[in-house]
Design a protein around this ligand. Structure first.
Ligand SMILES: [Cu+2]
Length: 337
């Protein structure tokens, strides 16, 4: 069994391994246990965590020590063959094991509630970034309409993420910020934080959302306010005067590469290389040639014609891609000879 499974597993892994790993959960420094504390929430979360941790360590030591002591103290001997008669009541003991644990629970409850309320209540004037999750990519839209696959934020500024999902439940997690929030279809969820440390940190999906769930990872880039504004201004200018096929390439890289390759390599969807003008055969037995209307329909209504040999897992991009964006994608596909 193992002998047949192992080569298969290794082969699958080699195929799935990305060319270069994007995974930088921790960013720069951090402790042995934890990534760096890079947001306003991180300090509080960590202190509460370590408080619980040390309470557990102390309780563990006390309980195990008493247990070992009792095992020897009250063991069966030649003269003691029955259990001693115990006392039925002991005030000091009972107060001792009731009041201190109660106090610890009250502290945990209080600190936990205050911290949670803080994390759930954004300050009044946040910088808002729109987040869209879709199998299997993140999209961040900045004020002004520029979209990126990475999250850029100004440091020392309260930032609010307004998040939604196009398909299933995803969950946005930034370990270095100690924030995590589910992203649910059909509603907005929000999260806020203030980045306190400049640098690049990891951002990932922590709700299993299908085959390529583990590819839903990207970066958070924290820059000082002026640098951030400069970056955004440049990106907006650059993308405004891109030729159509370049703009299309950016869209495909952001939204389609999780499933479609553009270099001919196989995946869960047909590659886009050589697609233009190709003769397509569908599950229904019908055929068509890949031209503008076919590609447009494939993007807006993927279930209409399902390519033979593939599962109908492509989400619709109806309402998400504008007409000119679809034009740009088609222009890009034409270049992939
Ligand atoms: Cu996901």
């Amino acid at each position: 069994m193992i002998a047949t499974l192992l080569p298969m597993l290794l082969a699958a892994q080699a195929e799935a391994a990305p060319k270069e790993s994007k995974l930088t959960i921790a960013g720069d420094a951090g402790s042995f246990w934890f990534p760096p504390e890079a947001s306003n929430h991180a300090g509080g979360v960590d202190s509460l965590y370590f408080f619980i941790y040390w309470v557990s360590v102390v309780s563990f030591v006390i309980i195990v020590a008493l247990m070992v002591f009792f095992i020897f103290r009250y063991r069966k001997t030649a003269t003691r063959t029955r259990a001693d008669k115990g006392s039925s009541h002991h005030n000091v003991l009972e107060i001792g094991w009731t009041i201190p644990p109660l106090l610890v629970s009250v502290v945990l409850f209080y600190v936990g509630t205050v911290g949670y309320t803080d994390m759930r209540t954004p300050p009044p004037d946040t910088y808002d970034i729109r987040v869209r999750a879709q199998k299997w990519a993140w999209e961040f839209e900045y004020p002004g309409g520029y979209k990126d696959t990475a999250l850029h934020v100004p440091s020392k500024t309260p930032v609010r993420l307004v998040m939604s999902s196009q398909d299933v439940i995803h969950s946005l997690w930034i370990p270095a910020f100690r924030v995590k929030q589910d992203v649910v279809p059909g509603r907005y969820s929000e999260m806020w934080f203030e980045a306190t440390q400049e640098g690049t940190f990891g951002l990932l999906c922590t709700e299993y959302c299908g085959t390529k769930h583990s590819d839903m990872l990207t970066e958070v880039v924290v820059q000082p306010q002026p640098e951030f504004e400069n970056w955004l201004k440049n990106r907006i200018e650059e993308t405004n005067d891109l030729p159509p096929e370049k703009a299309g390439e950016l869209l495909v890289k952001a939204r389609c590469v999780a499933c479609h390759s553009s270099d001919g390599s196989a995946g869960i969807a047909p590659t886009m290389k050589g697609l233009w003008g190709k003769h397509r055969v569908f599950v229904s037995g019908a055929t068509a040639q890949a031209e503008e209307n076919y590609i447009r329909e494939s993007i807006l209504n993927p279930a209409a014609k399902v390519v033979q040999g593939y599962d109908p897992v492509m989400p619709t991009f109806q309402g998400q891609l504008k007409e000119d964006e679809i034009d740009n994608i088609i222009a890009y596909i034409k270049t992939l000879k």
